[in-house]
Write a protein that binds this ligand. Structure first.
Ligand SMILES: [Ca+2]
Ligand SMILES: [Ca+2]
Length: 88
């Protein structure tokens, strides 16, 4: 067992400073190519010490400017400068 887990996005291990790791480096599925949680998604299940990758799913957050979940529209003009919105 290695004592130190190298940080590699897409390896399925969520290690700091990754916000998520869903086992791939594709964006648009909730966990971006840089292993940041994408707007409108929430990721969970990942861990640094097992082989479980994060599972990301869309959630509804009215006013975040992203049509997700059960929303039909979202006309917010809120600008997210850092590209990350914490799940509520
Ligand atoms: Ca990783
Ligand atoms: Ca991904």
């Amino acid at each position: 067992m290695s004592a130190i887990q190298c940080v590699e996005c897409g390896d399925g291990f969520r290690t700091y400073p990754e916000e998520c790791d869903d086992g791939n480096v594709a964006s648009g599925d909730g966990c971006s190519s840089e292993c940041t949680v994408e707007i409108g998604y929430s990721c969970s299940g990942g861990s640094y010490n097992n082989s479980a990758a994060d599972t990301c799913s869309a959630y509804s957050l009215c006013g975040d400017g992203v049509v997700s979940g059960t929303e039909d529209c979202d006309d917010s003009n809120v600008v997210n400068s850092n590209g990350y919105v914490s799940p509520v």
